[in-house]
Design a protein around this ligand. Structure first.
Ligand code: 5AD
Ligand code: SF4
Length: 472
């Protein structure tokens, strides 16, 4: 579904013109507060919301109480994420009571679900605007309408889920960091894993054009960005006139010192070609996030994952063969409907066998409208007990694996110094704290600088070390 998905340039121009109109409507000194829940895609979206808000004349508020425009960019992946956003949204009532002119908006994945929209309209009448994941670029119009008195503006694409989803180029981004950047390359998901709400709230897969993606990356590298993450629900489905491995290869071809990352890969589509491209360039971070979800074939089938444990193992083995030192990380869902004790133990065995540097383990959360929500559910205590067992195993495996870094010198991107402690991140995506040796210029260790750190301490998920005077 690539045709007709691009928001016409004129429409973006119209929104940017409305943004300037809003600027003259609101006057000086107004502030915006964007609260982001969920994944990196939402963080990237929030940076665009801030970019648009900044065009409208809003500057970033330090706290929600200082803001005249408040946006909740929500997540729906698990119930917990939704409840968190709803409880925070409840606090907007007081803010609205104090000052009616404050504009409040809820967007993102939760807003995309009809039952949540109904709930917001009914129980949160102080929310002025609700807009969907593919209407982000219309923020100026929605805010203008709210300023002019529109109550409960709902901006959702409507139509069936077979159709929805857009790509909007040319929306400005106000990036959180001056050296780390998100670059969405594709949006939506067509996989319909049976537990997952994403295909319903993010719409059909659609890709940005490779020339737009590459121009953005080149611009970021030129302006000094050092850590660039290509984002997509399933980056291997990228289909913007190049395959994902080819895009990655080109993205790694710009002059400059930077690291490229990508998230997330679906195991069924992660190809050898992709692993080969990773192995061919030092600019591509040696980190592969490959969600396994379960280590049992019956459960994988029920999840509609379309690979077997054996196929997963084969991919992991190829990664290990070509990138022996790379960090491998994964997602696992504990207590998927009907999962037996034995099936869960198969997951433990598979996790033990692969050896992940880090696992994101989740307690299964039924999502309304997904097939798995209608299957026979497992008691909550059983799910949480399995989660605890998996976490215990992973803590052990991660500590063992992290030992490979002891005594080594790693290239680290500094996140600067707080309370006397320097932290940074390695290409393997490990957090590392480090000290500066006598005489080491602080300037060289400030955030956004690469430096070499010799590892002298190894914890389960983090490292510690001392900066080296000599650059590798
Ligand atoms: N319950 C628990 N975890 C889930 N995930 C997706 N949907 C659910 C759900 N309903 C997890 C998957 C996915 C990660 C982003 O969130 O492991 O890879
Ligand atoms: Fe959800 Fe599966 Fe799509 Fe990932 S691949 S977003 S888990 S449906």
């Amino acid at each position: 579904m690539q045709n007709g998905i691009f928001v016409p340039e004129e429409e973006i121009k119209r929104q940017l013109a409305i943004a300037r109109e809003v600027r003259s409507l609101i006057g000086e000194g107004k502030k915006v507060f964007v609260s982001t829940f969920g994944c990196q895609q939402n963080e990237a979206d929030s940076e665009r919301l801030l970019g648009l808000a900044s065009l409208m004349g809003y500057t970033k508020a330090e706290s929600i109480d200082d803001a005249q425009l408040i946006i909740f960019n929500t997540c729906a992946i698990r119930e917990h994420a939704e409840l968190k956003a709803l409880s925070k949204a409840g606090a907007l009532r007081k803010i609205k009571e104090r000052d009616k002119s404050v504009i409040t908006a809820v967007c993102g994945c939760m807003a995309e679900q009809p039952h949540r929209r109904e709930q917001i309209l009914k129980s949160y009448p102080y929310i002025d605007i609700i807009f969907g994941t593919d209407r982000l670029h219309t923020l100026p119009e929605t805010v203008k309408n709210a300023i002019l008195g529109e109550k409960h503006g709902v901006y959702i694409s409507g139509g069936s889920h077979d159709e929805f989803g857009t790509v909007a180029e040319g929306v400005p981004s106000l990036r959180e960091s001056s050296y780390k950047a998100w670059v969405p390359i594709m949006y939506g998901c067509n996989n319909f894993c049976s537990y997952c709400v994403v295909p319903y709230v993010r719409g059909r897969e659609r890709s940005r054009k490779s020339k737009d993606v590459l121009a953005e990356i080149e611009g970021l590298v030129k302006s000094g960005y050092k850590d660039i993450t290509l984002l997509g629900q399933n980056v291997n489905s990228y289909d913007g006139d190049l395959s994902f491995p080819k895009l990655l290869e080109k993205a790694a071809g710009f002059e400059g010192d930077y690291l490229l990352r990508f998230m997330t890969s679906h195991p069924k589509d992660a190809t050898r070609e992709l692993v080969d491209v990773m192995a061919s360039s030092p600019k591509i971070a040696p980190h592969f996030h490959l969600p396994m979800q379960s280590g049992d074939n019956r459960i994988l089938k029920m999840m509609n994952r379309r690979y077997t444990v054996e196929q997963y193992m084969e991919k992991a083995a190829y990664i290990r063969e070509k990138l022996p030192d790379a960090a491998l990380t994964s997602d696992i869902i504990c207590g998927f409907p009907t999962e037996t004790e034995e099936e869960f133990e198969n997951t433990l065995k598979a996790v033990d066998a692969v050896g992940f540097d880090m696992l994101f383990a989740f307690v299964y959360s039924p999502r309304p409208g997904t097939p798995a929500a209608k299957m026979e559910q497992i008691p909550h205590e059983v799910k949480t007990a399995r989660f605890a067992r998996l976490s215990e195993l992973e803590n052990k495996r991660a500590s063992e694996l992290n030992r490979r870094f002891a005594g080594r010198t790693l290239k680290v991107l500094s996140d600067g110094c707080e309370n006397g402690i320097y932290t940074g991140r390695t290409g393997h995506n490990k957090i590392i704290t480090f000290a500066l040796p006598e005489g080491f210029p602080e300037e060289k260790a400030k955030s956004g600088r690469f430096l070499n750190v010799r590892v002298d301490g190894v914890q389960a998920y983090t490292l510690s070390g001392t900066a080296e005077k000599e650059q590798i």
